[in-house]
Every structure is written in C-alpha cells, then in structure tokens.
Design a binder for this molecule. Structure first.
Ligand code: C2E
Ligand code: C2E
Ligand code: C2E
Length: 89
C-alpha cells in the first residue's frame, strides 16, 4: 500500500473473538463489551475501536502496542492491515 494511504481503522472481528479461549481473549472481550455498552452498539459482527484503545489494551496485556497487534492478527481478530495503524503511533 502507498505510504500516503489513510490510516486503516482497527476493526475487531467479534465472531472470531468469541471462538478464542477465555485465557487469551478474556481481557479483550471485557474491554470490547465496555465499549459496546457505552455506545449501545450490540448488533455488529465487528466493532471499530479507537487507536488509543489499542494503547490501553497493550497495557492490559502487558505488551507493546506493536506486539499486541501481531498477536491479535495471529488470533484472526484484527486484519493484517492493522499493522499500518500501529506504525502511525
Ligand atoms: P465521548 O468520547 O464524549 O463521545 C461522545 C460522542 O461523540 C460519541 O457517542 C460519538 O457519537 C461521538 N464520537 C466521539 N469520538 C468518535 C469517533 O472517533 N468516531 C465516531 N464515529 N464518533 C465519535 P457514543 O458513541 O454514544 O459514545 C459515548 C461515550 O462512550 C463516549 O463519549 C466515550 O466516553 C465512550 N466510548 C464510546 N466508544 C468508545 C471507544 O471506542 N473507546 C473509548 N475509549 N470510549 C468510547
Ligand atoms: P466502515 O467504517 O468501513 O464500516 C463498514 C461496515 O462495518 C459498517 O457498515 C458496519 O456494518 C460494520 N462496522 C464497522 N465498525 C462497526 C462498529 O463499530 N459497530 C458496528 N455495529 N458495525 C461496525 P455500515 O454501518 O453500513 O457503514 C458503512 C460506512 O458508513 C462505514 O464504513 C463508515 O464509513 C460510515 N459510517 C457508518 N457509521 C458511521 C459512524 O458512526 N461514524 C462514521 N464516521 N462513519 C460511519
Ligand atoms: P471514525 O468515526 O471514522 O473516526 C476516525 C477518526 O476521526 C477517529 O479515530 C478520531 O481520530 C477522529 N474522530 C472522529 N470523530 C471524532 C470526535 O467526535 N472527536 C474526536 N476527538 N475525534 C474524532 P479513532 O479515535 O482511532 O477511532 C476509530 C474508529 O473507532 C472511528 O472511526 C469509529 O468507527 C470508532 N469510534 C471511536 N470512538 C467512537 C465513539 O465514541 N463512538 C462510536 N460510535 N464509534 C467510535
């Protein structure tokens, strides 16, 4: 992709997230549930989150934002495109 392409959105695949083991996805699932509750957005197959939420999640998982992004891509919860969102930090 072009370096001038807009920063991709961080879009969590909620169906994939629900298939993951609790010990991995538990903190993410609780964080996402909080955002859904705040927005009143319960019907989506995906949830777009803020860049700054990835920072918060990285603290929760005790990883760097880049490492956590790789993990979430490995789990199939984030699209590989999300790497460019973290490069923009
Ligand atoms: P807030 O941050 O004061 O945002 C108030 C409203 O502004 C939001 O109401 C939404 O309509 C709009 N808004 C703010 N930032 C954005 C944005 O980046 N994109 C879009 N599309 N709209 C935006 P809403 O959605 O009912 O959320 C209510 C409150 O819930 C927010 O108040 C915030 O405190 C929290 N919240 C909702 N979604 C998120 C999230 O993804 N991350 C975080 N950290 N907080 C969220
Ligand atoms: P997009 O952001 O690329 O999202 C594409 C589709 O993914 C959305 O289609 C929706 O079905 C789903 N989606 C993405 N993020 C969320 C989410 O946080 N919650 C839920 N429930 N679904 C999500 P949709 O709704 O037909 O929207 C089409 C396009 O319209 C969106 O493309 C976006 O560009 C725009 N759009 C819709 N709602 C908002 C909004 O609240 N704020 C902004 N800035 N754009 C919006
Ligand atoms: P989006 O709605 O397309 O917004 C893209 C970016 O524009 C946001 O990236 C943020 O930098 C800026 N932006 C949009 N609306 C507002 C606003 O009301 N206030 C401020 N300060 N900035 C705004 P960001 O924060 O990384 O969010 C990424 C996506 O996450 C948003 O795409 C939206 O789909 C979702 N999102 C984030 N916060 C909220 C929220 O409070 N409510 C809802 N419904 N969706 C949100």
């Amino acid at each position: 992709p072009s370096p001038l392409a807009p920063t991709p959105k961080l879009v969590i695949d909620l169906e994939r997230m629900q298939q993951l083991p609790q010990d991995k996805a538990g903190p993410l699932a609780r964080y996402v549930a909080t955002i859904q509750s705040q927005r009143g957005d319960y019907n989506g197959r995906v949830l777009s989150i803020r860049q700054e939420d990835l920072r918060s999640l990285a603290v929760i998982y005790d990883r760097s934002p880049g490492d956590l992004t790789e993990e979430l891509i490995n789990w199939g919860v984030l699209d590989p495109e999300a790497r460019r969102a973290v490069d923009a930090f």
